[in-house]
Design a binder for this molecule. Structure first.
Ligand code: COA
Length: 321
């Protein structure tokens, strides 16, 4: 049995912040941001939370597949910005949507989180342990971004995407290639809350997202084509046999470099970072759901999904829609 995506959904905060709005907060410009990244706007949470967006995306994915929440057996949320340290976002979503029979837990793998969740779901489905899984990638990055650091705050956005995966005899996931390397974790990180127990010094501050942009850029353009090629080789396919390459929406220039490395046209790499920015774990499932909504995914299409991010973590998978 293979793991096959049968329903997708997404949710974005109502407030759309364009680059001109950010230029009122930090010394930047629409020209600088859009030329270097391809980002023109992002959605930022005012009332929305990681939980509310997760639940909305999940309901949309279930409705699309005409699937009852109580029939979900595995519920995984990939996030680095849950509303609470505990319980997991997955357990909160479980209550919110009524997925009372699911095993629910979160995965922390930053922008590769959705692919890691898919990897875990595939293992459980192939082994026969579970017959389906509801996977969500959700982030409220606006709460961990330093709004005085123009080098990072212009890149990120909030949102959630979801995919319902079931066991299928045809189509579905054909091959995957994922990896992690803690060696360079310090090129992209966010410190947690400080330990203020009675033995420690007081007055430490909660951390914000910090990034060495050029190191992350180099890592991405080196690693993403490599893992895509590995996944394609495992699937016995060539890049030209793929209909769509759906990549993590961090930066247009990274995607252009990957397309060039693979010898493929940029048109085969749909993008939404112009409107959503980088939504980390939510990026892949949001784009997937938007493409699905627009009828761009046809049964039998061969699709590559690939992501990379903090950890460092990365991954690619090949699937048949
Ligand atoms: N607006 C205007 N100027 C800015 C700016 C902004 N938002 N952010 C940085 N700058 C300035 C810098 O201060 C620097 O000025 P200086 O030359 O006077 O010192 C100049 O622009 C160049 O900065 P640099 O950091 O070298 O730019 P860059 O070409 O590397 O582009 C990124 C920066 C972040 C766009 C680029 O490194 C990148 O995309 N990296 C990958 C990041 C990523 O994808 N992260 C998420 C991974 S999941």
């Amino acid at each position: 049995m293979r793991a096959r995506i049968i329903g997708t959904g997404y949710s974005l905060p109502a407030f759309r912040a364009d680059n001109d709005y950010l230029a009122t907060l930090v010394d930047t410009s629409d020209e600088w941001i859009s030329e270097r990244t391809g980002i023109r706007a992002r959605h930022l949470a005012r009332e929305e939370t990681t939980l509310s967006m997760s639940a909305d995306a999940a309901r949309m994915a279930l409705a699309k597949a005409d699937f009852k929440a109580e029939d979900v057996e595995l519920l995984i949320v990939a996030t680095i910005t849950g509303d609470m340290d505990t319980p997991s976002t997955a357990c909160q979503v479980q209550k919110e949507i009524g997925a009372k029979n699911a095993l629910a837990f979160d995965i922390n793998a930053a922008c590769s989180g959705f692919l890691y969740a898919l990897h875990v779901a595939e293992a459980f489905i192939e082994s026969g342990t579970y017959r389906n899984a509801l996977l969500i990638g959700a982030e409220t990055l606006s709460k961990v971004v330093d709004w005085t650091d123009r080098g990072t705050c212009v890149l990120f956005g909030d949102g959630a995407g979801a995919a319902l995966v079931t066991a299928s005899e045809s189509g579905g996931l054909l091959a995957q290639s994922l990896g992690s390397s803690g060696e360079k974790w310090d090129v992209l990180f966010c410190e947690g809350r400080p330990n203020e127990n009675p033995l420690r010094e007081k007055g430490q501050k909660c951390g914000y997202l910090k990034m060495d942009g050029q190191e992350v850029f180099k890592f991405a353009v080196r690693t993403v084509p490599q893992c895509i090629e590995e996944a394609l080789e495992k699937a016995g396919l060539k890049p030209e046999e793929i209909d769509l390459f759906i990549l993590h929406q961090a930066n247009k220039r990274i995607i252009q470099a990957v397309a060039k490395r693979l010898g493929m046209a940029e048109e085969e790499f749909p993008m939404n970072m112009d409107e959503c920015g980088n939504t980390s774990a939510a990026s892949l499932p949001i784009l997937l759901a938007q493409l699905d909504e627009r009828g761009r995914l046809r049964r039998g299409d061969r699709i590559v999904l690939s992501g990379f991010g903090a950890g460092l973590t990365w991954g690619a998978c090949v699937l048949e829609w």
